[in-house]
Design a protein around this ligand. Structure first.
Ligand SMILES: Cc1cc2nc3c(=O)[nH]c(=O)nc-3n(C[C@H](O)[C@H](O)[C@H](O)COP(=O)(O)O)c2cc1C
Length: 202
């Protein structure tokens, strides 16, 4: 979000989107959100959480964070970042989503129902403005042999796909769109868009 004439346009909502993605699917979800928010008139910037600096946060009116799960945990940098920015997030709204395979199950795709997200928020003692979980992508051929074995076992136990040649995308893209809409509504509630000039019928 470099400063430019458009940055100073008070009609534009400035949204910073941060991703913590290992195999790229969370980044893809973030890109989808970026396209949607941009189409809704937001000025967006998408960067890796690891590359986020104070200047980017200072410019944002909403921070969207997407983070994926590996063996029951988000990357340690995610929790460290949220902990470090706690006081900032008291006045800067944050929309957080977790990406994992458990979220493919009914009821496990909410902040309260997804065990990873629920535990993260409990550890932090914090509630973001918006929080949810999206089901991720399972790419068996791309997994390392031991990971493939472990995930196939978990999938077998939880009645998921076990074909080691398969690539399975569980993400509900409509839910991603709804999350984006919730973000826009949140921004509009905080700073209502300027009223349109009345159009007079001739
Ligand atoms: C090695 C490995 C471990 C994983 N561990 C879990 C897990 O413990 N729970 C879960 O629900 N999903 C787990 N997943 C699924 C990922 O969270 C899912 O594939 C997600 O889409 C990855 O997002 P990313 O590409 O942005 O990293 C795991 C995936 C891999 C490859």
């Amino acid at each position: 979000m470099g400063r430019s004439a458009i940055d100073e346009d008070s009609r534009v909502y400035r949204v910073l989107i941060l991703h913590s993605s290992i195999d790229g699917h969370t980044e893809t979800i973030c890109s989808r959100l970026q396209a949607m928010l941009s189409a809704r008139g937001c000025e967006t910037r998408l960067v890796a959480l690891a590359d986020c600096d104070t200047a980017l946060l200072d410019r944002a009116e909403l921070v969207v964070i997407g983070a994926s799960i590996r063996y029951g945990r988000h990357r340690p940098a995610v929790e460290a970042f949220l902990q470090a920015q706690r006081s900032r997030f008291r006045h800067l709204p944050c929309a957080l989503f977790s990406v994992n395979l458990v979220a493919r199950k009914p009821g496990k795709d909410t902040a309260g129902g997804n065990p990873y997200l629920r535990r993260l928020l409990a550890r932090l003692g914090w509630q973001p403005a918006v929080a949810t979980a999206f089901a991720g992508r399972l790419d068996y051929p791309r997994c390392r042999p031991l990971d493939r074995l472990a995930i196939r076992l978990i999938m077998w136990l939880t009645h998921g796909p076990t074909d080691p040649r398969g690539i399975f995308e569980f993400t509900d893209w409509h839910a991603v769109e709804r999350f984006g809409e919730t973000c826009v509504a949140r921004l509009q509630a905080l700073r209502p868009p300027p009223a349109r000039a009345p159009t007079h019928a001739l």
